[in-house]
Write a protein that binds this ligand. Sequence first.
Ligand SMILES: Cc1cc2nc3c(=O)[nH]c(=O)nc-3n(C[C@H](O)[C@H](O)[C@H](O)COP(=O)(O)OP(=O)(O)OC[C@H]3O[C@@H](n4cnc5c(N)ncnc54)[C@H](O)[C@@H]3O)c2cc1C
Length: 386
Amino acid sequence: MDYLFTEEQKQIRKLVRRIAEEKVVPVRAELDESETFPRDIMRACADTGLFGVSLPEAYGGLGGGITESCLVVEELSRACLGVSVSYAASLLGAYPILIGGSEELKKRYLPQLASGKRLAAFGLTEANAGSDASGIRTEARRDGNYYVINGTKQWITNGGEADIYSVITITERSKGGRGATGFVLEKGMEGFSFGKKEKKLGIRASATRELIFQDCRVPKENIIGREGTGFIIAMKALDRNRPSVGGQAIGVSQGALDLAVAYAREREQFGNKIISFQAVQHMLADMAIQVEAARALVYAVTRYIDTNPKDFSKLSAIAKVFPSDAAMKVTIDALQIFGGYGYMREYPVEKMMRDAKILQIYEGTNQIQRNVIALELIKEAASKKR
Ligand SMILES: Cc1cc2nc3c(=O)[nH]c(=O)nc-3n(C[C@H](O)[C@H](O)[C@H](O)COP(=O)(O)OP(=O)(O)OC[C@H]3O[C@@H](n4cnc5c(N)ncnc54)[C@H](O)[C@@H]3O)c2cc1C
């Protein structure tokens, strides 16, 4: 099914599929093994304009929406989730500036990010504030024309590799989430350093690091929006980006399904290709059902979001939960079809299964997304009653 993509969208998909096959597939096992950031692949994405697909033309982008960035993410994820998240995290880092930044801030940073010459990251999570993001402690204190930032951000994707960081701090502690404020920080600013690179189960090509701020002085012009709007801007950025986690899920699921079908057509046991056994066929059929249902959902939601509706938290959460739960199941089943070979690092399915797990955790765990969906259901029911 081609999901009624426009010619331009089909061209984007074709281009990324070529990059994925030529540049990602040959090196994915090595990137995973050596935990190496895919700098050359990011450069290839930048050279072909892919970092600008969902940013406005006024800021150097190609003027598309999240449907376009989801297509990029899906195709990269089909080859390697560690690579695709490095791309996707840069967009997530750009969204707070796009959503809440002043015109001056947008003009200063978005063209650099659209060109892919510089990468971005998004810093919200802290050691004691994960799901409860309103509990962050990193503090920004106004000092004349500057804000002085102190604290740490944990597990930040593209940490150390990105040049531009959208970071959420607290400017008024007594107000909790309503006292949060976002800032754009640049690598190299005095008082801004990085912790060790985390050793992870999956997406090992991506860099995950701590951001450390020790009396880091940021010009007041780098504030994103106004004091007190940081939490809302962060939530809006995550709502906008969450279907892209769905895109990552479809990609890795499709990649695993393709490999499982190919393997089942080759592998012989009891004198027959294993694809001739109905138990195997049904597993493959169930995998295909999950992948196609997830794809239909994700692109229906991205198209809706691209029409600029006011509130889309529930749909955005649904477009993350269903595909990511499906990806976990599909990649586990793909490994099962490979039998013992699937358990070996020589074959790519075990990496896909390790990679897929993160999709149920980051950008708000699937439990938290279910809370969001349920809350919206309750609100909708209450408003119908009135
Ligand atoms: C590889 C990786 C990359 C990441 N990249 C980034 C990044 O770029 N930027 C960033 O800001 N953050 C990033 N994160 C952080 C990520 O978003 C958080 O890990 C996630 O939001 C969950 O927070 P936590 O790990 O502290 O889990 P916790 O909040 O401690 O949750 C632990 C468990 O309790 C459950 N739980 C908690 N509260 C509730 C509740 N109210 N109801 C039901 N269940 C609940 C959770 O679902 C989970 O199962 C990254 C994390 C990882 C692992």
